[in-house]
Each structure stands twice: as structure tokens, then as C-alpha cells.
Design a protein around this ligand. Sequence first.
Ligand code: A3P
Length: 305
Amino acid sequence: LVAALPRRQQSILELRLYQGFWLPEHWVPGTIVFQRRFAPRPDDVVLASYPKCGTTWLKALAFAAAARGAHPPAGAGHPLRRLNPHDCVPFVDEIFASGEEAKLDALPSPRLMNTHLPYTLLPAPVTGGGCRVVYVCRDPKDMVVSLWHFLRRAKPDLSFDETFESVCDGTVAAGPVWDHVLSYWRARVARPDRVLFIKYEDLLRDAGANVRRLAEFMGRPFTAAEEAAGDVEAVVDLCSFDKMKGLEVNKAASGTAGRYRAMPRDAFFRKGVAGDWANHMTPEMAARLDGIVREKLQGTKLDFA
Ligand code: A3P
């Protein structure tokens, strides 16, 4: 099941082919234990994403919406004003990797957790409908740009071309990206009551509408009183790019808890826009990646136009 990387060695991460996806070597043990041991609660929400597609934002929005009873979003003492979103919502497979399952047990319901694993690698009780899953995806061209900037924080001489080629041939963490997206898209088509699909670009277009969808999907729609009090807007504002990037905690050079502990917190807040690919790729590169993705997603109603 676990194979060595046959071709290009991705220059930052050791990758292993595991059940059809290239996983960083250090994800594999936690993935296996997660697959074997995770027992979902019916109101659990797994936030899933391909890396650099809006994980941090989704974690913040879901946390703010789910915890709004205990932590009013407009409140000065809100946890998201003093903690990075990755410190509010744990990476679930990382928890299993480090043997800290008690931390999961201690989370208040609805428990929020996240993963970069594709749907097909989630534990059988999850894919069997035992809890809810929210997936955020993004135009792969912008994902490549974001990934390159992120990886460069660890390896300053990494070239954009190398990152681009790795994405195009699938040998990148959790890749191939199109298979990752497809795994969740198929799940959402089969079980719309259990899998919510959100695009980063739609979040940019109308974050409020998506916060409402998110809250409803998690079983806690905003009440008329909350709507009248402006709570949806307060969640959006609390989690907005400028607000989050401006927080002292997110300017810190020190890392977050868990998987990204080696990365500075400000690495999660770069530009926060759609279309930055045009500043990094030639038209030929863009057409090539678009072509691959279009072909792979053929037959679905999914596109990134
Ligand atoms: P860019 O590098 O294009 O700016 P992830 O959270 O999956 O690692 O994705 C990181 C990307 O999401 C980065 O994109 C980052 O700037 C963007 N991002 C983080 N927080 C955001 C927010 N609150 N609103 C919009 N984009 C956000």
C-alpha cells in the first residue's frame, strides 16, 4: 500500500503513495491510526481541504459559527482574536499520529476537526455517513501560487516552476489535486446531507451566504434574532482576511500547534484573493493546468471558471 516515490523527489517533502494519493511520509502513521480508530459522533464536523485552498479561513468561519453561543462573534474576548484558527480546530489525523486522542474527546460538541486527506482515505464510519464533512476547494492555479509562497518559507530557493510541475504530475502533498477534489465532489453528489462543498471563490464573493449554509449544515442555522443582531456579518468580519492578518497572534513568527508547528503563523495569511496566478504563470502554463483539470473533471458539473 505504501510505495516509494518513483520519479521526481519533491524537494521539501518525502512523499509516499498511499491508497492512490501522494502523502508526506510523516502523515502516513496518523492516517492509518485515524482510519482504524476514529469513532465519529453524529454532530462531528470534519473540515476537509486540499492544502492552500482556504483551510484556515474555513476553520475560522466554522469555529466562529459553531461556537457563537459560548463566544459571541462580536465579543472582544473571542478566541479567534487571540488564537490562530489552527489552534482552535485540530488536524484530526495529526492528533492520532501523536497519540493525543484525549484532546478530541475533550472538544465541546459539535466537535470541529480538519484534515487534508482525500475523501476516500477518511475512516469508514465517516464515509458511511457517521458525521458531517465540509470541503473547501479553490482554483488549482491559485492553489499552486499559494503553495509555492508557503513552501518557500521553509525552502527559499524553491522555484515556482518546480512547484508547478509537481502539481501537474500529481506528485505533491495529498495529490493529485484533481483526484482529491473529485473524491469530495462524488461524495457530495451521493450524500448532499452529509457533505457540503464550498469554493474559496464563492466565499470571496459572498462570505455571509456561505456562513449561513455552513451553520445550517452543521445543524445550527442562524435564528431570526441572530440575523437581526447582525451575527452573520459579525462572523464574516471576525474571520475576514484583513482582520485575521492584522492580529498580533497571526503576525507571530512562531508556529501553530500541530502539523504546521514549524511554519510561522503569518505564512497562512498572504494575499487572500482570487486570480493571483496571473502574476506568476505564463498563459501557456495556465492553459496547461486548466486543460489537465478540465479533462480530469469531465462529466462533473464542477469547474473553476
Ligand atoms: P494566498 O496564498 O493566495 O494568499 P490554507 O489555509 O488552506 O493554507 O490556504 C491559505 C490561503 O488562504 C492563502 O492564500 C491565504 O492568504 C488565504 N487565507 C487565509 N485566511 C484567509 C481569510 N480569512 N480570508 C481569505 N483568504 C484567506
